[in-house]
Write a protein that binds this ligand. Structure first.
Ligand SMILES: NC(=O)C1=CN([C@@H]2O[C@H](COP(=O)(O)OP(=O)(O)OC[C@H]3O[C@@H](n4cnc5c(N)ncnc54)[C@H](OP(=O)(O)O)[C@@H]3O)[C@@H](O)[C@H]2O)[C@@H](O)CC1
Ligand SMILES: Nc1ncnc2c1ncn2[C@@H]1O[C@H](COP(=O)(O)OP(=O)(O)O)[C@@H](O)[C@H]1O
Ligand SMILES: [K+]
Length: 504
């Protein structure tokens, strides 16, 4: 469930399965299932014609199978086929003959006509190895200017199925409304550009048994991954039962960031929440009088889960307090300035690597780039790999934020988050996420489950706010904690009643 496979893994499974099947079977199955999806998308109204774009390789072969199937079902189909330089594969040649023999109409260039009821994108799949140029590029640009549904076969043409990056430099990719992806789901459809280019993703296994695929180390982040950590509260409990969170931050002029993190901790159930200010913070917060304010330099963090970084600055005090937090035994969430300070200091890095207690790091791509000494472009070019590398380097749980947030574990396991929306692209939402991670750990959640659940619920809360009309435009970080509270309570209520300690 929710497994994601690399292109190399898919290729291996494809070869193993093809060896046991009559030639062309997988392509024919791909064509049949995609044609059925296309017919569903067309609906029942007498539809205008469908445009099928078939590239030079086997992705084009799939498209030709779709064209033949649609034509056979009585759909009016126009095909543009980019012939390959050498000979096509036997199965593609067979699909071409079949489509040619059908009622599908072939043209050499993209017809100016339309409107199209649907475009089927079978230009390139997982075999694309260089930026799309020339005629194919012009076709992709033309398709992206249309406003009809676009069904991509396997992968939107131009997108890297491993990373979600448009294959570049200066590449283009099809913006599909739907993608039917073959054999197994792929990480690049869900992170970075993936969510924008792939649209709704449907997986067609093509009859390949699960045991032909390797055990996946990457999954979509879904609640079943962290289900056991939800526990109902016992009546006989008190504030000490649900842990203390201390948010360290709030250098001069940045007092709001730790308050957002602290508010998230409070609204997600931490028993007591402190704001430990770096630079003589406020005495109390009028809007949130439950929060307790302390001076970070003199605060005793023993027994608290620490969330360090929001608005922390880079003063000598910030560095001293961070070093103390790293050396201690408290579970730790490291965000924002805490990550920047660590990136700039080999000493803090070795303190982080040497920790025995759990650490969750929540970098956005630029903070991740500083941690690895590369550019944000390099991080985005392979988000999965970057998150895993940081996790391995610091023996920590890593949340690499952005569309399709990656959660990477120190053992190499990783997840890609499907919830959330661009309403989260505003200042302060990351502080809320850090506070939520800390709150779950303070309540006894293992770091792995805390990271997975916090990211999922943070995104789900934003999705619900958007459904209520509170975004994506103008969604504010301060609205998230209440929405997160609703998500969390619903999730606990919906699950079998289990009281006591969260389990991994
Ligand atoms: N094999 C199977 O059993 C099954 C495979 N399946 C399907 O096959 C797909 C993979 O097919 P694939 O390996 O043929 O690669 P594909 O994605 O069509 O692209 C390669 C072609 O594009 C060309 N090309 C590359 N870059 C280019 C550029 N910039 N501009 C122009 N041309 C460029 C490249 O040319 P070359 O580099 O060789 O010169 C080659 O001709 C997979 O995604 C799935 O849909 C399913 O049917 C299930 C069963
Ligand atoms: N387009 C998007 N889609 C989904 N989530 C997003 C998007 N943009 C930002 N987010 C989420 O919003 C949060 C932003 O965090 P961050 O960049 O640290 O901002 P800040 O430091 O201002 O709080 C992260 O959880 C990130 O994953
Ligand atoms: K495609």
């Amino acid at each position: 469930m929710g497994a994601l496979f690399s292109v190399a893994e898919i290729r291996q499974a494809e070869q193993a399965a093809a060896a046991q099947l009559a030639p062309g079977t997988l392509m024919q199955r791909a064509g049949q299932v995609a044609a059925r999806i296309a017919i569903d998308l067309l609906g029942e109204t007498p539809a205008p014609p469908v445009l099928v774009l078939a590239g030079p390789g086997n992705n084009g072969g799939d498209a030709l199978e779709v064209a033949a199937n649609l034509a056979q079902a009585g759909v009016d189909v126009t095909v543009v086929h980019l012939a390959c330089v050498g000979d096509p594969s036997a199965e593609t040649a067979h699909a071409l003959a079949k489509a040619r023999a059908s009622t599908a109409e072939f043209t050499d260039a993209l017809p100016a006509g339309g409107p199209w009821a649907l475009v089927v994108d079978g230009l390139f799949g997982i075999g694309l190895a260089r930026p799309v140029q020339g005629e194919a590029r012009a076709m992709i640009e033309a398709v992206n200017a249309l406003d009809c549904p676009v069904l991509a076969l396997d992968v939107p043409s131009g997108l890297d199925a491993d990373s979600g990056a448009v294959i570049g430099p200066d590449g283009v990719a099809v913006r599909a409304t739907h993608t039917v992806t073959f054999i197994g789901n792929k990480p690049g459809l869900h992170t970075f550009g993936g969510r924008d280019y792939a649209g709704e993703v449907l997986v067609a296994r093509l009859g390949i048994a699960e045991d032909m695929l390797p055990g996946a180390s990457v999954h979509l982040n879904e609640p079943h991954l962290f289900d056991l950590a939800f526990v109902a509260r016992l009546h006989d409990s008190h504030k000490g039962s649900f842990g203390d969170v201390a948010v360290v931050g709030g250098a001069r002029g940045m007092a709001g960031a730790p308050i957002l993190a602290a508010k998230a901790a409070l609204f997600s159930g931490a028993g007591r929440v402190y704001v430990a200010s770096i630079d003589h913070g406020p005495a109390y917060d009028n809007a949130q009088p439950e929060l307790m304010f302390r001076d970070a330099a003199n605060h005793n963090f023993d027994g608290s889960t620490i969330v360090a970084g929001p608005g922390m600055g880079d003063s000598a005090t910030a560095i001293r307090v961070l070093a103390r937090a790293l050396d201690g035994d408290s579970p730790l969430v490291l965000d924002a300035d805490a990550l920047n300070l660590i990136a700039a200091s080999p000493d803090l890095q070795s303190r982080l690597s040497a920790r025995h207690a759990s650490s969750i790091l929540t970098p956005h791509p630029l903070e991740a780039a500083r941690l690895l000494g590369v550019t944000a472009g390099v991080i985005q070019g392979d988000r999965l790999e970057a998150a895993r590398e940081i996790a391995a380097r610091f023996d920590a749980y890593v949340v690499l934020k952005g569309s399709g947030t990656i959660i990477a574990m120190p053992d190499g396991e990783a997840a890609i988050n499907p919830t959330g929306n661009p309403g989260l692209a505003s200042a302060g939402t990351g502080d809320v996420l850090a506070g939520l991670c800390g709150s779950l750990m303070a309540q006894g959640w293992p770091a792995r489950d805390a990271a997975l659940a916090a990211v999922w619920m943070h995104g789900e809360a934003a999705d619900r706010l958007v459904a209520q009309g509170a975004g994506p435009i103008g969604l504010t970080a301060g609205e998230l904690p209440e929405a997160i509270r609703a998500v969390l309570n619903r999730m606990v209520a919906e699950r079998p009643k289990r009281a006591g300690q969260p389990q991994s």
